[in-house]
Design a protein around this ligand. Structure first.
Ligand code: MSP
Length: 468
């Protein structure tokens, strides 16, 4: 059996889940479900990033110690993913002592390799991103991703990791098509251009951040939250029983703002520690809400709960998949989601199901095995969900609705062979569509397959109520 290990970023616990986190998690779930369906042994990991200055500050604002604060927020992520029928095999929290132990061990390996040194660092730091900013990162003297007050001047004595030592090796891997791990293609050029400019070493510890894992060889410092967080992908495979075979990861999914950490820093750390590198990273773009960046102050944040309430679990998953931001940012919004839901699900798919169940009740259907074709698999593996779903609609759903409109079986006698033929053909198409759409809409697909199992059964209530 082939193994397949897929991850999402672990989300900062200072926020509650929103549609941005949801899109990466749903994407990973669709890929994981397809691989399970194809017979792979899958390990799907997601979780929360719980250390660092940002989390400590949020806890303090709420008058809680950081661990109590994390214990309070972590369930909001766990429950949101449960509600969306996300099939993750484990949920990792970086405050898990089993993770903390492996982080310490991995850092010690980097130290033993002679890849660290102590130096003074002075520069601008964004607490929102939890990273030091370069001149080119800043716009109007602050980080463009967070409010200006999150950019602060820091002057510290830190331990540094010799990232620059590994740059030539990393460039070689990326430039070789056999070993390149950066997808989609456009991101590869972006990373290579930056790598070929000057690369500085990176600090791996913090002097004044108490909320973190102590550095094994210098307990006065804590491990920089990004070093701690990246290691989650590896640590889960080591501390969970029977999961070590899953390392290296087959696919890390991530948003564009954390490309550098996942394609360069992570690889440098693993090379230094003598651990195999992940095989593929896929970086997606961002959701914009009605043309604007999503932000609490603009009040335009969409939560996964809101989507489920409006569109149902599978409807929400479908809309995320259809609008998934691959190469470019995608503009989404509740109004647009409603239009798409009504057009594709209530009208198109929903109508087909009710027509077939009504007109074809009691018709016998032959059992027919649907083999997922390679074209579909490749599209899903490359997160081209819109194209993959579009292909299913075109070939099975639209085609059947058109056939029904053409033949108008409702005008024919129940025993007319033409009526039986067209309904059987369309019912088989619908079964194929449900099979293909199962990773995207697991429950609705199962319902459709049950309605069409051996004989066509009546539909008790519509699958997708039309929305106003
Ligand atoms: N904790 C770090 C990741 C550490 S992984 C070792 C972090 N967390 S985060 O909570 O800020 O989540 C960032 C991720 O959430 C993005 O990389 C992306 O996957 C998702 N998104 C957050 N906002 C988004 C949009 N507006 N649109 C799409 N996805 C976005 O960074």
């Amino acid at each position: 059996m082939k193994k397949f290990y897929i991850t999402t970023p672990i989300y900062y616990i200072n926020d509650i889940p929103h549609i941005g986190h949801t899109c990466t998690t749903v994407a990973a779930d669709i890929v994981a479900r397809l691989h399970r369906r194809l017979g792979d042994e899958v390990f799907f990991l997601t979780g929360t990033d719980e250390h660092g200055q940002k989390v400590a500050e949020c806890a303090e604002k709420e008058g809680l110690d950081p661990k109590t604060y994390c214990d309070k927020i972590a369930p909001t992520f766990i429950n949101a993913w449960r509600e969306l029928n996300i099939s993750n095999d484990f949920f990792i929290r970086t405050t898990d002592p089993r993770h903390e132990k492996i982080v310490g061990e991995l850092l010690q390996k980097i130290y033993d390799k002679g890849d660290v040194y102590k130096a003074k660092y002075e520069g601008w730091y964004c607490i929102g991103c939890e990273k030091f900013l370069t001149e080119t990162d800043m716009v109007d003297e602050h980080c463009p991703l967070h409010p200006p007050e999150k950019t602060v001047k820091k002057s510290e004595e830190n331990w540094f990791f010799k990232l620059s030592k590994y740059v030539p090796q990393i460039i070689e891997l990326i430039e070789n098509p056999e070993t390149n791990y950066i997808y989609p293609e456009g991101k590869k050029a972006e990373v290579l251009a930056k790598l070929k400019a000057r690369i500085n070493d990176i600090s791996l510890s913090r002097e004044n951040v108490e909320w973190g894992i102590p550095l094994p060889w210098d307990k006065t410092q804590s491990i920089y939250v990004w070093f701690d967080a990246l290691i989650n992908y590896y640590s889960a495979t080591q501390f969970l029983e029977d999961k070590s075979k899953f390392w290296p990861a087959d696919l890390h999914l991530l948003g564009k703002e954390i490309l550098w950490f996942h394609t360069i820093i992570w690889q440098g750390m693993l090379m230094s520690a003598g651990i195999e590198l992940p095989k593929k990273t896929y970086t997606h773009s961002f959701y914009m809400i009605d043309g604007q960046k999503m932000s609490k102050s603009l009040g335009n944040v969409i939560s996964p709960q809101q989507l489920v309430e409006l569109f149902g679990v599978d409807g929400a998953r479908y809309l995320i998949a259809r609008s998934f931001p691959t190469d470019n940012d995608a503009d989404v919004g509740i109004c647009r989601f409603k239009e798409r839901y009504n057009a594709d699900l209530a009208n198109n798919l929903g109508n087909l199901v009710s027509r077939i169940c009504k007109l074809g009740e009691e018709l016998k259907l032959e059992d027919q095995k649907v083999i997922i074709n390679d074209k579909y698999k490749i599209l899903i593996d490359n997160l081209k969900f819109d194209e993959a779903i579009g292909w299913v609609f075109e070939n099975y759903i639209d085609k059947s609705n058109n056939r029904l409109n053409e033949v108008t079986p409702w005008k024919l006698e129940a025993s007319d062979p033409k009526r039986i033929e067209v309904l059987t053909e369309c019912a088989q198409n619908l079964k194929s569509a449900a099979n293909y759409l199962e990773p995207v809409m697991p429950e609705i697909s199962k319902k459709i397959m049950n309605l069409l199992n051996e004989t066509i059964r009546p539909l008790e209530s519509g699958l997708f109520p039309r929305l106003k």
